[in-house]
Ligand binder design. Structure first.
Ligand SMILES: C[S@@+](CC[C@H](N)C(=O)[O-])C[C@H]1O[C@@H](n2cnc3c(N)ncnc32)[C@H](O)[C@@H]1O
Length: 354
């Protein structure tokens, strides 16, 4: 099977995504046996909060269809790099979709691109690159951790990317990328990216290309930028991607007539849920987790929003549906530093600059 294509029906050997709710999404391998904690081969039965599923029973089901669990239900989805990023087994820290989408855009990665990446880590970014470069592109990905290289290679093959990726066990800071003048883009997620930068520039095509380095700390960014400049790279840009989610909610505001606030009992409507935070939390959880159970909470919630969509309230306030940002936002992951290797950059003195 392939993450980059699509097919209708689940077969043995596929990786499928079991979606129960926003915080219950799992990647399952469709195979008869799995190894348990004691190292024994046992039937592949996956346990969830809503009961178990015999994974081989998924064979023959359509992607996107509903599957019954012993105490509820879920949906089986076709795998994508985005779903893989939120379900993959973590062997390292990983890049998430907001950073990944910025990397793909800024590095101008598309069908046919040749990309170098270090380190491979858990393969989160690699999957997105592999889909973006298509069948005509090539990813050279490197890690100095032997076991991670082995596991990532097996995963790429299982996910249908075997023919467009070369996974090598290598210390790129000491040994470089082993390719010269071939890459359109190089991506680094390393503790000391500055040591790999001269090699990264050598890997880029003589006609030019793009480099990106991901670092959690601003001190790493400062040192990376100094080396990028000393190597003669241009268009340096450091970004931090913070995704700001909006939720659609009903709120109330006072009516204003001829610049005057209409008489009102209170300016903003405080719902029963807002007075009782626990109740509100429970309702939201039920709403987002609704797929797993057969309660009607989710549809009730939608009906309530639709009913209270727009209109005047008894207290004179105007109630309407709008987008509200979350009070808590997912925090800092790291900084992305981009730079361009200009066409014809002299490469003979690169190794001594860093
Ligand atoms: C944070 S992880 C990369 C995660 C990856 N970007 C992802 O999205 O899954 C960093 C990886 O770099 C590898 N690494 C660190 N220094 C390296 C070096 N000098 N050469 C090759 N790999 C290196 C580590 O073994 C680790 O697996």
């Amino acid at each position: 099977m392939s993450f980059s294509g699509f097919k209708e029906v689940i077969e043995e050997g596929d990786t499928v995504i079991l979606y129960i709710g926003v915080s219950q999404i799992y990647a399952l391998e469709v195979k008869p046996k799995v190894i348990n904690k004691n190292g024994q081969g046992v039937d592949n039965v996956f346990q969830t909060k809503y009961g178990s599923v015999k994974v081989m029973d998924l064979v023959g089901k359509k992607y996107g269809s509903r599957v019954n669990l012993s105490k509820g239900w879920g949906q089986v989805l076709y795998p994508t790099p985005e779903l893989w990023t939120i379900t993959l087994p973590h062997r390292t820290q990983i890049l998430y979709t907001p950073d990944i989408s910025m990397v793909l855009t800024q590095l101008e990665i598309g069908p046919g691109s040749i990309v170098c990446e270090a380190g491979t880590g858990s393969g989160s970014l690699s999957h997105a690159i592999l889909r973006a470069i298509g069948a005509t592109g090539k990813l050279h990905t490197f890690d100095f951790h032997k076991e991670r290289v082995k596991v990532a290679s097996e995963e790429f093959i299982r996910h249908g990317f075997g023919d467009r990726v070369i996974v090598l066990h290598r210390d790129v800071c000491d040994e470089g990328f082993g390719v010269e003048g071939v890459a359109d883009a190089v991506f680094l997620d390393l503790p000391k990216p500055w040591d790999a930068l001269p090699h990264a520039v050598s890997a880029i095509k003589t006609s030019g290309g793009r480099i990106c380095s991901f670092s959690p700390c601003i001190e790493q960014v400062a040192r990376t930028c100094e080396v990028l400049q000393s190597l003669g790279l241009q268009e340096l840009l450091t970004l931090e991607c913070l995704a700001r989610e909006f939720q659609v909610k009903s709120i109330s505001l006072p009516r204003v007539i001829n610049g005057q606030k209409a008489p009102t009992h209170q300016n903003t409507h405080v719902s029963q849920e807002e007075k009782q935070p626990d109740l509100k939390k429970k309702k939201v959880e039920e709403c987002v987790e609704g797929a797993g159970s057969d309660t009607n909470t989710k549809s009730d919630e939608h009906e309530q929003i639709a009913a209270g969509n727009k209109g005047q309230q008894g207290n004179g306030d105007f109630r309407f549906t709008t987008g509200i940002t979350q009070l808590k936002m997912p925090g800092h992951t790291g900084f992305l530093t981009f730079a361009s290797v200009p066409p014809g950059l002299a490469r003979n003195k690169l190794s001594c600059v860093a």
